[in-house]
Design a protein around this ligand. Sequence first.
Ligand code: FMN
Length: 291
Amino acid sequence: MKVLICYFSGTGNTKKVVDALSEQFIKNDCDVVLHNVENKLDKNLNDFDLIGIAYPIHAFNAPPIIVKFVQSLPKLQKQKRLFIVKTSGEPLKLNNISSGKIKRILQKKNIILHNEYHYCMPYNMIFRHSDSMAYKMWTTASNLIPIDCKEILTEKDVKLKYVPFGRFLAWVFRIEHWGGRFNGKKYKVNENCIHCAKCVRDCPTHNIKIEDGKFVFGNNCIMCMRCSFMCPKNAIKIGWFNGWKVNGPYNFNNPEGTTQAKHKNFCKHAYKKYFDRCAKKIKENSLDSVC
Ligand SMILES: Cc1cc2nc3c(=O)[nH]c(=O)nc-3n(C[C@H](O)[C@H](O)[C@H](O)COP(=O)(O)O)c2cc1C
């Protein structure tokens, strides 16, 4: 089976999930092509049996770069099966609606959603999760991925439940797509900057330039946070949202990593429900494989 996974990942969480999923498809004798939507697609969708879209949730929606990408796809003659994979910092049910828009666009192109999976991964904005939480999130996701991959390959449909008025709420939050552009112009670098220009090279929309030795942020920011999250000197201020900035990659391998009491109660019940639900699925599937 030939699988095409088209993904966007601002700061690496979604890519980590995509790589693990791709490994599982390969283990199951599939040919996998990964396509980063920052680049032009040079593949013919008709050549694939299965199409996947993966993205980080931004304000309860798919990021604009993903919406643009799916809009650019051609209408297919023959129906194709689609799976969607998304990552987000918290497990609120409202996140489920984030695929609503792209699902409708793709349906018109004969690419039909059959499986949808949502993995909690640490926040790259709002606040920094502890490394122990990052470890827990990643261990959970990596235990689920082989099970979810099997579901996709055995054509067991899995859909996420949408909350009432979710479509309306997602539409309201889509203001982030426009707000991001305005806010992006307010980004600044501070005196810690060493002019390594990593942010310039890595920006997915080429929105950062150096002119006369000064950093210039254009109006094409999609708020993926790659520049400020990955900045080795934590030198980028992210406009109105600077108080929500998270800087520096997570260590996913440290179960004892710092716990931040400040956020101890944030979405506590939603996280508990998420981890309980995932543990149940992992346990049921390990029992199935024993039987
Ligand atoms: C602009 C922005 C908006 C976000 N909105 C949400 C959200 O609505 N819900 C959520 O749970 N996480 C949200 N997050 C967190 C990311 O979805 C999460 O950290 C994700 O795993 C990042 O993936 P990436 O590293 O592939 O970019 C947001 C992050 C950013 C930068």
